[in-house]
Design a protein around this ligand. Structure first.
Ligand code: HEM
Ligand SMILES: [Cu+2]
Length: 556
C-alpha cells in the first residue's frame, strides 16, 4: 500500500511529550485515555461479568433439573434470573461489543490516533465498575427480583432497596453508553484520514455509526422510565402505582422503547464484526458492500418503531398490534440483506476455517434460527399464544447467545493477534467452538418445544411433564460452562507464550492491519493513506497490475 509522509502531532492537538512505546500491565488499571487501553479494559471487565452471569445461569439450570424448587429457593431464583439477564445485557454484550471492539478498532480503521474525546472516553468506561459494584452490593438486600424488565407494580413491592440499587446501576451504565455514542459519532464524522471516503469505510464502522445513533436516541428514554420508577420506590410518587392513579403500561412503553433497540445495540456491532471476519477468511470481496452498509442504517431507523411487539398481551389495541406486527416484519428485511451478503461472500471463497471463521459461520446458522422464531414472535396472533413461555426464552438466546456471543468470540479470535502480538492456539479454539456450538443448541433448542407445550418462563417450580426436556437444557448449559475452559486457557497461554504475530497475519486490507501488533501507542509513526476499498481481495492493484493480496498460506 502506497504511503505518503504526513507528519502529524500526536492526538491531533498540540504536540504532546512522546509517551513510552508500550503501556505497562498496571496502566490497564488506571484512568488511561488511550482508546486501545480503554477497549481492552471494556473487553476484560465485561468478560468477567459474563462469567458471573454464566454462573447464575448454571444455578438457574441446576434448579430447573427437577420440577420442584429444591436447589435454590424461589426468591433467590428470581434474584439470579433478574441479574443474569441484566448482567448478560448491560455488563457483557453491550460493553464488550461497543465499548470493547468499538473503542479498540474504530480509530485504527479510520487512520486516527484516538477517539475525538479521549478523556470523556475514559470517564465513560470508569462509570461501569461502580455500577457493577452497586449490583453486587444489591445482593446484600436480596437482589432485585422483578426480572430484567423490572415491570411495576412487582418491582415496587419486592426488595425495594435492592431494586433501587439496580436502577442506579442501570442509569450509570446507560450514561456510559450515551457518552460513548457521542464519542463514536463525532470520531467517525471528523477523525477519518482525508484519503478515506465513506465508501471505503470498513463495514464495522458503518455498524458502529448506526449503533451510536440508536443508543443516543433510545437510552435517555430508559433513563426517564427508570428515574420515575426510582421516585415511586423512594419519594412517594405514584407514576406506576395503579391504586394511586399510576399507569404501568406507560412504564412498559418507556422500557421497551429503549430495550428493543437495545437488542440492536447488541447485534449491530456484531454484524460489523461478521463483515470484517468473513471476507478476510474467505479471501473474497464482500458481496453487496453498499447494501450491507445501508442496511445498518435501515435497522437503526426501523428498529425504533417495533417496540410494542413486546406488549401484544398488555391490552394493546388491535390497530396497534397490526402496525407493530408489520414494522417488526419489515425490520427483518435489512437483516436478511446482511445474511445474504455474507452467504454470497462465502460462496466460491477460498475459506480458511480458523477459529474466528468457525464462530462467524456458526453465528450464521444460529442467528438465522433465532431470526425465524423472531418473525413468528413478531406476528401478534402467534405471540399472544407463546408470550412469556420458554419459546420466547429460546428465541432471544438464539439471537443473543447464538448471535452476539458467537460474534464476540469470532472478533476475539480475529483481532487477538493485533491486540496481543501473539497468535492464538487454533486447536484449542476449535475445541472451544465445537463445545459451544453443541452446548448452545442442546441448551436452547429444546426450549422452543417447552414453550410450545406451554411451559411458562420465570418459574422455579413447573409441571413434571416438562422434566425431560429441561434435563437436556441443563446438560447443555453444563457443556456451555465447560466450553469456557479451553477458551480461557487459550487466551492466557497464547497472550503469554503464543507464536509471535506479524502486523498483518491474516493478510487483510483494512487499516488496523497496517499497524504493528500490538500497535504503537500513537498507532502509526506516519498516518496511512487509503488507496482502495477495504475488501478488495483478489482484485488488481491499478498501480502495479498485481492483485492487492496474495492469498496467505496461513495454517488453517
Ligand atoms: C451462557 C449461557 C446461558 C444460559 C445457560 C442461560 C440460561 C437462561 C435461563 C434458563 C433463563 C430463563 C430462566 C427463567 O425464565 O426462569 C435465562 C433468562 C435470560 N437470559 Fe440467559 N442464559 C445464557 C446466556 C445468556 C446471554 C448471553 C444473554 C444475553 C446477552 C442472556 C440473557 C437472558 C435474559 C435477558 C433472560 C431473561 C431474564 C428475565 O426473565 O428477566 N442469557 N437465561
Ligand atoms: Cu423486540
Amino acid at each position: 500500500m502506497a504511503q505518503t509522509q504526513v507528519p502529524v502531532a500526536p492526538h491531533g492537538g498540540s504536540p504532546a511529550p512522546h509517551p513510552p512505546q508500550a503501556w505497562k500491565w498496571y496502566d490497564y488499571f488506571t484512568f488511561n485515555i488511550d482508546h486501545k487501553v480503554i477497549g481492552i479494559q471494556y473487553l476484560v471487565f465485561s468478560f468477567f461479568a459474563y462469567l458471573v452471569g454464566g454462573l447464575m445461569a448454571v444455578a438457574l439450570r441446576t434448579e430447573l433439573l427437577t420440577p420442584d424448587p429444591d436447589f435454590i429457593d424461589p426468591t433467590l431464583y428470581n434474584a439470579f434470573l433478574t441479574n443474569h439477564g441484566t448482567i448478560m445485557i448491560f455488563f457483557w454484550v453491550v460493553p464488550a461489543a461497543i465499548g470493547g471492539f468499538g473503542n479498540y478498532l474504530v480509530p485504527l480503521m479510520i487512520g486516527a490516533r484516538d477517539m475525538a474525546f479521549p478523556r470523556l472516553n475514559a470517564l465513560a468506561f470508569w462509570l461501569n465498575p461502580p455500577a457493577a459494584a452497586l449490583l453486587v452490593a444489591s445482593f446484600f438486600y436480596g437482589g432485585a427480583q422483578s426480572g430484567w424488565t423490572a415491570y411495576p407494580p412487582l418491582s415496587l413491592i419486592t426488595a425495594k432497596t435492592a431494586q433501587s440499587m439496580w436502577v442506579l446501576a442501570i442509569v450509570l451504565v446507560g450514561t456510559s453508553s450515551i457518552l460513548g455514542a457521542l464519542n463514536f459519532i463525532v470520531t467517525l464524522l471528523k477523525m477519518r484520514v482525508p484519503s478515506q471516503r465513506w465508501d471505503q469505510l470498513p463495514l464495522f464502522c458503518w455498524a458502529m455509526f448506526a449503533t451510536s445513533a440508536l443508543a443516543l436516541v433510545s437510552t435517555p428514554v430508559l433513563a426517564v422510565g427508570l428515574g420515575l420508577l426510582l421516585f415511586d420506590l423512594n419519594f412517594g410518587t405514584s407514576f406506576f402505582k395503579p391504586d394511586a392513579g399510576g399507569n404501568v403500561i406507560i412504564y412498559q412503553h418507556l422500557f421497551w422503547f429503549y430495550s428493543h433497540p437495545a437488542v440492536y445495540l447488541m447485534i449491530l456491532p456484531i454484524f460489523g464484526i461478521m463483515s470484517e471476519v468473513i471476507p478476510v477468511h474467505a479471501r473474497k470481496p464482500i458481496f453487496g458492500y453498499k447494501a450491507i452498509a445501508y442496511s445498518s442504517l435501515a435497522i437503526c431507523l426501523v428498529g425504533l418503531f417495533v417496540w410494542v411487539h413486546h406488549m401484544f398481551t398488555s391490552g394493546t389495541p388491535p390497530w396497534m398490534r397490526m402496525f407493530f406486527t408489520v414494522s417488526t416484519l419489515i425490520v427483518a428485511v435489512p437483516t436478511g440483506v446482511k445474511i445474504f451478503g455474507w452467504v454470497a461472500t462465502l460462496w466460491g471463497g477460498k475459506i480458511r476455517y480458523t477459529s474466528a471463521m468457525l464462530f462467524a459461520v456458526g453465528l450464521l446458522a444460529m442467528f438465522v434460527l433465532g431470526g425465524i422464531s423472531g418473525v413468528t414472535l413478531g406476528t401478534a396472533p402467534v405471540d399472544i399464544h407463546v408470550h412469556d413461555t420458554y419459546y420466547v426464552v429460546a428465541h432471544f438466546h438464539y439471537v443473543l447467545f447464538g448471535g452476539s456471543v458467537f460474534g464476540l468470540f469470532a472478533g476475539i479470535y480475529h483481532w487477538f493477534p493485533k491486540i496481543t502480538g501473539r497468535m492464538v492456539n487454533e486447536p484449542l479454539g476449535k475445541l472451544h467452538f465445537v463445545m459451544t456450538f453443541i452446548g448452545a443448541n442442546l441448551t436452547f433448542l429444546p426450549m422452543h418445544e417447552l414453550g410450545l407445550q406451554g411451559m411458562p418462563r420465570r418459574v422455579a417450580l413447573y409441571d413434571p411433564q416438562f422434566v425431560d426436556l429441561n434435563r437436556l437444557c441443563t446438560y447443555g448449559a453444563y457443556l456451555l460452562a465447560l466450553s469456557t475452559v479451553p477458551f480461557m486457557i487459550n487466551m492466557v497461554w497464547s497472550w503469554i507464550a503464543g507464536p509471535k504475530a506479524s502486523g498483518n497475519p491474516w493478510n487483510a486490507l483494512t487499516l488496523e492491519w497496517t499497524t504493528a501488533s500490538p500497535p504503537l501507542i500513537e498507532n502509526w509513526e506516519v498516518l496511512p493513506v487509503v488507496t482502495h476499498g477495504p475488501y478488495d481481495y483478489g482484485m488488481l492493484d491499478y498501480t502495479n497490475g498485481r492483485p492487492y493480496t496474495e492469498p496467505a498460506e496461513q495454517e488453517a
